[in-house]
Design a protein around this ligand. Structure first.
Ligand SMILES: [Zn+2]
Length: 394
């Protein structure tokens, strides 16, 4: 903890630049300190390893949900300094008694109230949801900043994304979702956008290290435009790798799909067309590997008669029936959204013809294997035109 109260009720914030070691030592000599939440005595620690902080003498405190690491303590102080430099009236460790929660940082910005949580330890998703809902009840918007140590890179532009990470997604209107990471060792933000899952836990992302001098609080709300033009090349490489994956390494879902693809069109999973791997803005909303849900849609289209018309709602119903579901994350997800985006893309690629906002006519089969290279190129051009992997300035 960086904040305690004195016997006279006065608050002391040791993260403030005023507190030199000398002043702190004098303060420690003259005062007793108490926790602002539970009112129990706390000790001021001035050591060599951790920055000066307060610690409870006994372990039980309602606002102290986790043991505080040096990484978290340092980050909290750095983020406080970062907000102060932007001339924002930020408070460190604000305790909100009505919900018994203590925000790492708290501020008002353009007439709205925000709580910043710097999450450095793995906590269950339901705890994140509970804390988010607590803030919402008080009309406070929570901003989750993820400790960089929690993110694991698994390949070029690829990261491991679990249900824990999904609770930290920010979503600006109709744009790519993003995640804000902060590393208190490197003193830098690592900003993620264009989060596009390939499989359930393997996600592609454009990322950039941004120094606190070039990253502003408003960027936490609106996001930042990142150059993502390298992603498509790596995405194609990932598809080729996937096609080479031997059957014995495949999951149950993949084996089931393999059987279905073989029975319907006589192909193996290694022969799936590139249109079963389309990166979509709303793709993260489906809790399934891209090739599994998109291939299931292609199989649905394949079994229609030539020129047959279908409603997207019928397809959503079909996918839910075979077990597809929405990804649970901090952003509202709806299976219909990625499905409409996918069907619209297939229409641009001439496999379907839109005949209403949610109705489509089958125009050709996606499972013929000629001109695969051309189709890859055509898809690349289309994504480029749609701004899927745009090249913006950082
Ligand atoms: Zn306490």
């Amino acid at each position: 903890m960086l904040v305690a109260i004195l016997r006279n009720g006065e608050k002391v914030n040791v993260a403030a630049p005023y507190w030199s070691t000398e002043r702190l030592l004098k303060l420690k000599e003259e005062h007793a300190f108490f926790c602002p939440a539970c009112k129990e005595p706390v000790k001021l620690k001035i050591g060599k390893i951790k920055i000066p902080h307060f610690a409870h003498l006994t372990a039980s405190c309602q606002a102290d949900s986790e043991a505080e690491s040096t990484y978290h303590l340092n980050g909290k102080k750095q983020l406080y300094v970062w907000l102060k430099r932007q001339r924002l009236a930020a408070e460190v460790e604000k305790f909100i008694p009505s919900i018994a929660q203590r925000a790492d940082l708290f501020l008002s910005f353009q007439h709205k109230r925000y709580a910043i949580e710097y999450q450095c330890s793995k906590i269950p998703p339901d705890q994140v949801i509970k804390r988010t809902n607590g803030y919402k009840k008080e009309r406070i918007k929570p901003i989750w900043i993820l400790g960089w140590k929690q993110m694991k890179q698994v390949g070029e532009h690829q990261y491991r994304l679990t249900s824990f990470h999904c609770q930290f997604l920010h979503s600006p209107q109709n744009d790519h979702p993003f995640i804000i990471n902060y590393c208190s060792d490197k003193k830098t933000f690592i900003f993620f956008s264009h989060l596009i899952p390939f499989s359930k836990q393997n996600i592609f992302a454009a990322s950039a290290m941004i120094s606190p001098e070039s990253f502003f609080f408003r960027d936490c709300l609106q996001g930042k435009s990142l150059a993502a033009n390298g992603l498509w090349k790596h995405w194609l490489k990932k598809i080729s790798q996937y096609r080479l994956k031997p059957l014995f390494q495949k999951t149950n879902e993949e084996r089931k799909l393999q059987k279905k693809v073989y029975e319907t069109v006589g192909l193996s999973l290694s022969q799936l067309p590139v249109e079963a791997f389309i990166p979509l803005k709303s793709g993260y909303m489906v809790d399934e590997a891209v090739y599994i849900w998109q291939c299931s849609v292609l199989l649905f289209i394949e079994t229609l008669r030539a020129d047959e018309v279908f409603h997207a709602e019928k397809l959503v119903w079909h996918l839910k029936k075979i077990g597809m579901k929405e990804r649970s994350c901090s952003v509202k997800t709806d299976l219909k959204k990625p499905i409409i985006e996918y069907l619209t893309t297939l229409s641009h690629l001439k496999f379907l013809q839109p005949i209403g906002p949610y109705s489509f006519r089958k125009t050709s089969s996606p499972f013929h294997l000629e001109s695969m290279e051309k189709r890859e190129q055509r898809l690349g051009h289309y994504l480029d035109k749609e701004g899927m992997f745009f090249s913006a300035v950082e």
